[in-house]
Design a protein around this ligand. Sequence first.
Ligand SMILES: Nc1ncnc2c1ncn2[C@@H]1O[C@H](COP(=O)(O)OP(=O)(O)O)[C@@H](O)[C@H]1O
Ligand SMILES: [Mg+2]
Length: 267
Amino acid sequence: MLELIQDVTEKKLEEEKQQRLQQQLVHSDRLISIGRLAAGVAHEINTPLAILSGMIQGFLERNGSFGSETIKEFKTMQKVTKRIEKTVDSLLELSHFEGNEQPKPVNINELIKDTISLMTEQFAAKNKNIVLKLSSRLPKIKGFAEQLQQVFMNLLINADDATADGDTISIITQQKDKGTVSICFKDTGTGIPEDMTSKIFDPFFTTKEVGKGTGLGLSITYGIVKRHRGKIQVKSKMGRGTTFNISLPVDIGKVITHGQRDKDFSC
Ligand SMILES: Nc1ncnc2c1ncn2[C@@H]1O[C@H](COP(=O)(O)OP(=O)(O)O)[C@@H](O)[C@H]1O
Ligand SMILES: [Mg+2]
């Protein structure tokens, strides 16, 4: 009898696991197709946009033929076209799923330190505590340094946006097991409402005001982590803060995908 109950429980757990995996698959599939669509649209926008910004530049160079009001309007046009260009660039980032580039050894700790030193100017408030707990025995991983740097930047900018004076942003690196490293970005900021955590990785999902957020940061981040055959998970509590946990395989070529457990949030 006892055996039977155990059997049923195991079966149920297995079914639930399958269901969860299925949901994850649908979700990542959707993100990939949205990414491809976005890239197509971006290419379509690029050419006319280049013509437009070239013409505006031309008008500005002939500034003798226009009044100061008109020149001011041209300058505004130039500013907004620059903004479109930036958004289009981010869209194109979404589509870089395949590349000919080979993965190279990356020192994650160094990359994190470099990223922070690049960003000190950008941090909104100087009164935030940045805490680094970087494992001194972290193995190098095979990957794409520039892309990983973009991941760290996106997570830092988001943490910066979500925190106020006196808050803390911590970055923790650890070797999780022989083949995996874990990187955590933890903040004591606003937190994310529970019903929103499933949406934050969607392209264009943003809670920020127009001009501040594009909603592309986390979808690009998700794409890059997947390209490294890694995982990204989020845990958040309203009013308490948010933690993003990324786990990356040390060797992209030697990833065993079956038999992986789901619960491996390690910070
Ligand atoms: N550390 C964080 N704390 C609170 N909310 C966050 C955090 N990171 C991301 N978010 C939420 O996820 C949304 C999507 O993030 P992202 O894709 O980077 O786009 P954007 O930053 O342009 O809004 C943000 O608008 C915000 O609501
Ligand atoms: Mg962002």
